[in-house]
Design a protein around this ligand. Structure first.
Ligand code: ADP
Ligand code: MG
Length: 490
């Protein structure tokens, strides 16, 4: 049945909306942005994406996600197929008949509803766990015991402690979360985790829920976003059932609210939350909060809340350092069934240093390119795959430019810099070269280390950190480095 333009737009909007509940914004942009509905029949829907690469990737990794989305959007169960726009012109207005001599399609058989999403999905293809029906009623969890989970508690099954890579940047938040899951309301109450976007706050909050429900299925847990809390409060006021709202929030064992800073300008919600907090806290119940900034930096947050948020433990998650980024990339690649060469991991860890969500996007993209083009997964493929994402250096400074400037300034020879010699008059200029090369070129750490006598990436990182420290405490080193930068036109 051909569908009208209006129907088309509203259905597509619904589908898009549901997809975004399952995948990260980065994944949505990468894989689903060009999704269109081509045709709709009673029991089938034909979708298209802009090219073969996207079609194959979606069919490989997101079949279950799409099926779930379609099940959510349509009342009757539909089978779906995807074509690529670039392969041919799809049968836009004709009735869709699978197996027609139409465009190459990837028809996806409907799976039984109990099939696990995740089997073919990469770890980053997110999967909300099914909503439990009522609260506090029972549902099966933890070996058939009764588990009390609010219907608002939508957990992603991938957000567990086992899949959280611990490094210096997040070890405190990780350890505190684990302690809270094992002994709520004992050591850290409230637990307040803050850090910027994409660094693992939601992952940790949900990991607490998973672990607690696994070890103590009877725990009454409520995990929800701050937005949901605000919306439910407003709706309770509008409907005049604030009593019911209070009852619900004050009879749980662990309350976890994600992104609590969103409460900032909501005076009445802050007032209500203050009472919720007190009542849970006084009853010896655990509260866990996450935020983009520490309590005292949340604008317009009432002082009495700021002080309560600091009662327990305030733990920050920082941006991961190179080693942690490297480990995360390797773990994500392994979870997708791929052993990625170290130099590729270093290249990505070096160039994608914003947050972990971006790291996930990068490794997914690089593996995707390799799988679909059947090209070996090496640095040149990674550079090609990431060419739109990776920042270009400000000026095209080559390693030769750097060596020329440093050898002149420090009066050393290139052969010394590339030798194994370790006396100070040579190691310092060598480390300066590495420092400047890391800052000013797009070369990978391997490439830089390799140039200076086949040294490995850890030597380059060491050199970088060492010179950074020296610059802050040793004027003569700072002067040499500044001079090199100005010779390079900085
Ligand atoms: P936030 O809530 O801080 O914005 P998320 O918890 O949503 O960040 O994390 C973004 C993505 O990065 C998620 O897919 C999450 O699983 C992943 N992630 C974050 N930190 C880690 C980590 N330490 N180890 C593995 N994956 C992580
Ligand atoms: Mg979050």
């Amino acid at each position: 049945m051909p569908i009208s333009n209006d129907q088309h737009i509203s259905l597509l909007e619904k589908i898009d909306c549901h997809i975004q509940e399952f995948v990260s914004p980065q994944q949505y942009r990468t894989w689903f942005q060009t999704l269109k509905i081509v045709d709709l029949a009673d029991d089938k829907i034909l979708l298209s994406v802009s090219n073969d690469f996207l079609r194959e990737w979606i069919c490989h990794y997101y079949v279950d996600v799409l099926q779930k989305v379609i099940d959510n959007v349509f009342d009757n169960s539909l089978e779906f197929s995807i074509v690529s726009e670039s392969a041919s012109s799809a049968p836009r207005s004709s009735h869709y008949v699978p197996g027609d001599d139409g465009p190459p399609t990837a028809t996806v058989k409907r799976k039984p509803t109990e099939s696990t999403v995740g089997e073919t999905t990469p770890p980053s293809a997110l999967e909300p766990v099914s909503k439990k029906e009522t609260f506090p009623t029972h549902s099966e969890a933890g070996g058939g015991s009764r588990s009390y989970v609010s219907p608002d508690t939508n957990l992603n099954s991938k957000y567990v402690f086992d899949q959280f890579i611990v490094g210096r940047s997040n070890e405190l938040a990780y350890a505190a979360s684990l302690a809270v899951a094992d002994a709520p309301a004992r050591s850290y109450n409230p637990l307040f985790i803050h850090g910027s976007v994409g660094l693992g706050k939601t992952h940790l909050l949900q990991a607490i829920c998973h672990r607690r429900l696994q070890t103590h299925p009877n725990t009454k847990i409520l995990y929800l976003s701050c937005e949901t809390f605000i919306n439910q409060f407003i709706s309770a006021i509008e409907k005049g059932n604030i009593h019911h709202f209070r009852n619900k929030y004050r009879h749980i064992d662990i309350l976890l609210i994600d992104d609590i800073y969103l409460i900032a300008n909501k005076e009445r919600t802050q007032e209500e939350f203050f009472h919720t907090f007190n009542s849970l806290y006084n009853a010896g119940k655990q509260i866990v909060l996450s935020s983009d900034s520490p309590p005292s930096e949340i604008p317009t947050l009432e002082d009495r809340l700021v002080s309560r948020f600091k009662w327990g433990l305030v733990g920050q998650i920082d941006s991961p350092n190179f080693e942690t980024r490297f480990s995360i990339l390797r773990a994500k690649a392994r979870a997708m069934g791929h052993e990625v060469p170290e130099d590729v991991l270093s290249f990505l860890a070096e160039n994608v240093d914003t947050n972990i969500r971006e790291l996930e996007g990068a490794i997914t993209k690089v593996i995707g390119f390799s799988v679909l083009t059947k090209a070996p997964l090496d640095c040149s493929l990674a550079k090609m795959a990431m060419r739109d994402v990776i920042k270009k250096p400000k000026a095209y400074i080559t390693i030769d430019d750097i060596v020329r400037a440093v050898t002149k300034k420090c009066n050393v020879k290139l052969s010394d810099l590339q030798s194994k010699k370790r006396n100070h008059s040579i190691t310092l200029p060598r480390q300066i070269c590495m420092y400047v090369a890391k800052k000013k070129t797009a070369l990978s750490l391997q490439e830089i280390g390799g140039f200076f006598g086949g040294r490995d990436h850890t030597t380059v990182i060491y050199a970088h950190d060492k010179i950074e420290k020296e610059i802050s405490k040793n004027e003569s080193v700072a002067e040499i480095v500044n001079d090199i930068f100005s010779q390079l036109g900085d």
